[in-house]
Design a protein around this ligand. Structure first.
Ligand code: DOR
Ligand code: ZN
Length: 348
């Protein structure tokens, strides 16, 4: 039987990406810009990107950090960081800027640099109403933060206590449930109106929670929302490969210096930008659904965000290659996902 040796796709977009800032950004941005035409840029800097003016300045820094060969080939799609104090006029400014494509809800304390996030969603109703009116998508980190709730249940409970009421109250608001990790989230999105979509990471398609504890504690497999049980991984794979337009690519590639991951209190975040489309290709191939990769990676997200589909193409070849053990990260060391392992597909 002939197996596929080459795969040509419309250039994909990454609808959830952390590029950090300054020298760290310089180190990681080329990995994404080489593969993707556009990326939704997360606003959880220190301090967070809470205004359109800050988003515009961050966008300029991203564009200047691009190496010459990638300049004019990569477009950062900026987001604002929602706080209890985000006011409706800021939403209007964001919309009118043309550079802000979403507003991100981090429940306060849910994850890296989320301390300034939302303490109670009801405090954001005026902002959400302005977003609904002005057609500005809400991007959600879907986990409750109540420390008494088991960390593996936080996404499921977020659906009932935050997401469902928001969708009911603002039926016209487009919402992206970011980096879903559970069967409950996949089922919820599939059954919801077309105003709700979800991104899925490559690492949540590739691993279950055993990866964090394989022979010892493995900090490079720790992210938030944390990896879940195998049946959840299988449900995410079914959703991603289902052909449904509601699911699309968002890597959540989130670099941290190695020393801050291999630490007494290690940071959450997995870096996948070095091999993002290849990691997705492997997951789709294993599911027997390579023919569904293009819609997931290149069409569904653009359509949901009402952006034109890309026209350029990329080619992946079946050529085994070894992922580097480490990557330079502005003088620190960055350990990429699957460091030192072989991957079957390589983008040319
Ligand atoms: O694992 C994560 N890392 N989850 C997030 O939500 C944030 C991200 C980061 O910024 O490092
Ligand atoms: Zn993220």
């Amino acid at each position: 039987m002939n197996t596929l040796q080459e795969l040509t796709l419309t250039r994909p977009d990454d609808f959830h990406l952390h590029v950090r800032d300054d020298a760290q950004m310089q180190a990681v941005l080329p990995f994404s810009a080489r593969q993707f035409a556009r990326a939704i840029i997360m606003p959880n800097l220190k301090p967070p990107v809470v205004t359109t003016a800050l988003a515009a300045a961050y966008r300029d820094r991203i564009l200047s950090a691009l190496p010459d060969a990638l300049k004019h080939r990569f477009e950062p799609l900026m987001t604002l960081y929602l706080t209890d104090d985000t006011a409706p006029p800021e939403i209007l400014r964001a919309k009118n800027s043309g550079i802000v494509h979403g507003v991100k809800l981090y429940p306060a304390g849910a994850t890296t640099n989320s301390a300034a996030g939302v303490t109670d969603i009801a405090r954001c109703y005026a902002a959400l109403e302005a977003m609904e009116k002005n057609d500005m998508p809400l991007l959600v980190h879907g986990e409750v933060t109540d420390p008494s709730i088991d960390i593996f249940d936080r996404e499921k409970i977020f659906i009932d206590t935050v997401l469902t009421p928001v969708i009911r109250r603002f039926p016209g608001l487009r919402v992206v449930f970011e980096h879903i990790t559970t069967q409950e989230a996949a089922d919820f999105v599939a059954a919801a109106p077309d105003t709700l979509a979800a991104t899925i990471t490559a690492h949540h398609l590739r691993y279950n929670r055993n990866a964090i504890f394989q022979g010892g504690i493995r900090p490079h497999y720790y992210c938030l929302p944390v990896l879940k049980r195998e049946h959840h991984r299988q449900a995410l794979t079914r959703a991603a490969t289902s052909g449904s337009k509601k699911f699309f690519l968002g890597t959540d590639s989130a670099p941290h210096p190695c020393a801050l991951k291999e630490n007494d209190c290690g940071c959450a975040g997995i870096f996948t930008a070095h091999a993002a489309i290849e990691l997705y290709a492997e997951a789709f191939e294993q599911a027997g659904a390579l023919d569904r990769l293009e819609a997931f990676a290149s069409f569904n997200g653009a359509d949901f965000y009402r952006l034109p589909r890309n026209t350029a193409r990329i080619t992946l070849r079946k050529t085994p290659w070894q992922i580097p053990e480490r990557i330079d990260f502005a003088g620190d060391m960055l350990i990429p996902l699957a460091a030192g392992e072989m991957l079957g597909w390589k983008m040319l």
